[in-house]
Design a protein. Structure first.
Length: 92
């Protein structure tokens, strides 16, 4: 496994977590990649749906605190609901 210049600056648990994440990428350190090793082909990107975004924003737990993010208040639909526009506006 090739390591980037960033890797030696990590310490303790952070280095262990970094090693675990590198295992998910077949040992490729993203900071060691060169520009000619990257692709601009968008077909390699995973499909992302609105449900995926909602799950991330609302159901994800914060790594540092362990608490659920509950960012539903930032979602536009929640703002409409809170403003009293639940069904009136959409029943035309």
């Amino acid at each position: 496994m090739s390591r980037s210049e960033y890797y030696p600056s990590l310490s303790g648990d952070i280095k262990l977590r970094y090693d675990e994440k590198m295992k998910l990428t077949d040992g490729i350190d993203p900071y060691a990649l060169r520009i000619d090793e990257l692709s601009e082909d968008v077909s390699f990107l995973p499909a992302v749906k609105i449900v995926d975004l909602m799950n991330y924003l609302v159901l994800t737990h914060c790594f540092y605190t362990g608490q659920q993010m509950k960012a539903y208040k930032s979602l536009q639909a929640f703002k409409y609901y809170e403003a009293g526009m639940s069904n009136k506006r959409w029943q035309k």
